[in-house]
Design a protein around this ligand. Structure first.
Ligand SMILES: [Zn+2]
Length: 457
């Protein structure tokens, strides 16, 4: 058995080595091969984690929550296994473990932080029992892949049932997650924001999650944040927001997101409100692990987010913000962040419909693009495979846009403008993200070299 494990680990390392030589990541493939060679490898390696295993599930915020938690635990001196590349299906989880194992086929790790796709949790959990599941939120996402939200909840519920000891760390402001957690008997810990923060937008934003899952009645809100998040209760059956264990208070968004949690004041450079939930989840999880959090602000400061999550580039004298928005709630939240920036700006929206994006992009009709009227946008460019659909959507919102299917050309045309706004926002859905990230990185390096050269000469 041990020999099998050894062969699996060595093969995985070799596969990754060759894939990297060819300019590919190869992590997922390495994981798939390792599991084929030794089907019990995930169980064996997970058993060697000395402290806690966290899995992070939910529609939005998984990658940031997971990688930030790993960074916090590392800063506390822990050795952490983490699928930082965002490969969040079974093979991606396997690859995080096998590629983290040494030449002797063993793991030297205190923690494992694993982002797990909602549909993959039922495949991962039979291999090992996680100590915690962090559930960020549940929104409608990629209908053609996951089916409706009920199907996703059913899958997660089955996964939770498989691990009765696993503690659920839940966003208490989000009624669907709370309903799911309460339906199962697992221990539950909650985090949430206990005050109204943003001005109430038109309530068109409150969508399918606004109905009580227990009885179907429309939920009432004492205060409301976005999506279906807020302080809710059902007037008919009494389903209500639970007591919150880790509360964000004194929230302030002017000059970067700031808030208090327990006795600690968190100060960030993030301009958006929704990041508060990722931070609350991480702070709660790390506290439950017994990590020292006195340097939490420093860690956030030095943390480099995954591509497209609060990511900024500097190309010449243009500031470029790359933002991943892969579903309706993600887009609405990113539009909020754009509105919070009062300066004139250019906006590029990229929509692809590859398998990983979901081929059904009808959700663009649910996004409140009408609000871009207040965005002080000097121009809006639409790009990607479905740029014409996006152009039509904006036409209905009475917002003129220029189509440019090639993202590189779209970016070039804005950063080259001599008298442009020098402030560019790029909203992209999933498969456009890595391409856009690569192009921006290359352009940033080139412009850095150019400026350095002119400085020296
Ligand atoms: Zn009810």
């Amino acid at each position: 058995m041990y020999l099998r494990r050894l062969v699996a680990v060595w093969c995985a390392h070799a596969i990754r080595f060759f894939c990297r030589m060819c300019g590919k990541q190869g992590g997922t493939f390495a994981g798939r091969v390792a599991l084929r060679i030794d089907p019990s490898i995930l169980t064996a390696l997970a058993a060697e984690v000395r402290n806690h295993i966290f899995i992070v599930c939910g529609t939005n915020g998984k990658s940031t929550t997971n990688t930030l938690l790993a960074s916090v635990l590392e800063a506390d001196g822990g050795r952490v296994i983490c699928n930082r590349t965002g490969s969040n299906m079974l093979s991606g989880v396997v690859s995080a473990f096998v590629l983290g194992a040494g030449a002797g086929g063993h793991l030297d790790a205190d923690y494992a932080c694993l982002e797990v796709d909602e549909a993959s949790a039922v495949k991962v959990i039979p291999h090992f029992q996680p100590d915690f599941m962090i559930l960020t939120n549940l929104f409608r996402d990629q209908m053609d892949r996951y089916g409706d939200i009920d199907a996703t909840m059913e899958l997660l519920s089955r996964a939770i049932e498989m691990a009765p000891e696993m503690k659920l760390l839940i966003n208490g402001d989000e009624p669907l997650s709370v309903y799911l957690a309460q339906r199962n008997q697992n221990p539950m810990i909650t985090y949430g924001v206990s005050q109204q923060v943003q001005e109430l937008q038109d309530t068109k934003e409150i969508r399918e999650g606004q109905f009580c899952k227990c009885c179907g009645e429309k939920l009432r809100y004492r205060f409301y944040h976005y999506g279906q998040l807020g302080d809710y209760c059902c007037p008919k059956c009494g389903f209500t927001r639970p007591a919150i264990d880790f509360e964000g208070t004194q929230v302030n968004l002017s000059g970067g997101l700031q808030f208090n949690i327990r006795d600690y004041h968190i100060k960030t450079g993030f301009e958006d409100f929704y990041s508060i939930y990722n931070l609350l989840a991480v702070y709660s999880a790390a506290t439950l692990s017994g990590a020292d959090l006195s340097e939490f602000n420093k860690i956030i400061c030095s943390y480099s987010p995954p591509p497209g999550r609060n990511e900024t580039f500097k190309i010449g004298d243009t500031k470029v913000m790359l933002k991943l928005a892969k579903n309706q709630v993600g887009f609405d939240q990113n539009i909020c962040a754009i509105l919070a920036d009062q300066k004139p700006k250019d906006i590029i929206i990229l929509i692809n419909d590859n398998a990983q994006d979901g081929t059904d992009i009808s959700w663009i009709w649910d996004v409140n693009f009408e609000r871009l009227h207040e965005a002080r946008a000097a121009s809006v460019t639409v790009s990607g495979i479905r740029c014409l659909d996006m152009c039509l959507r904006l036409k209905y919102a009475d917002i003129p846009s220029e189509p440019e299917p090639e993202i590189e050309a779209a970016i070039q045309s804005k950063v080259r403008l001599k008298d442009g706004t020098k402030n560019l926002y790029l909203l992209v859905n999933y498969t456009g993200l890595y391409e856009a990230h690569k192009i921006l990185k290359k352009m940033e390096e080139k412009s850095y070299e150019y400026y350095n050269r002119s400085f020296v000469s």
